[in-house]
Design a protein around this ligand. Structure first.
Ligand SMILES: [Zn+2]
Length: 102
């Protein structure tokens, strides 16, 4: 757990709020797309948000693109993503239709 999570104590866990790595907005976990890197090293958009591994959250395709451009996604997942991996993740995030909801 990082220090920010500790400061908010149990409330953060109860509300399930997460920070978008693209724009920094805090939103309910259910309204964000989760990108996960599994212990096996696979990286994909975790639509069910239940996969084991290191996760990062984005509001939608636009924030994902911004995060990729600034290498924030690589940093958040502690890996280096290949362009074909990024394309697959971007397509999955777009398929969630999160941008359209705004
Ligand atoms: Zn965002």
């Amino acid at each position: 757990m990082d220090s920010a999570a500790r400061e908010t104590k149990g409330a953060e866990r109860a509300i399930r709020q997460r920070t978008c790595i693209g724009c920094g907005a805090v939103a309910q976990r259910s309204s964000l797309a989760r990108i996960v890197r599994t212990p096996e090293g696979a990286v994909y958009c975790d639509a069910g948000q239940k996969a084991a591994g290191r996760g990062a959250y984005v509001c939608g395709s636009r924030c994902l693109a911004g995060a990729v451009k600034k290498r924030k996604l690589d940093r958040a997942l502690r890996t280096t993503l290949a362009s074909d991996q990024i394309a697959t993740i971007a397509a999955s995030v777009e398929a969630l239709g999160l941008d359209a909801r705004k």
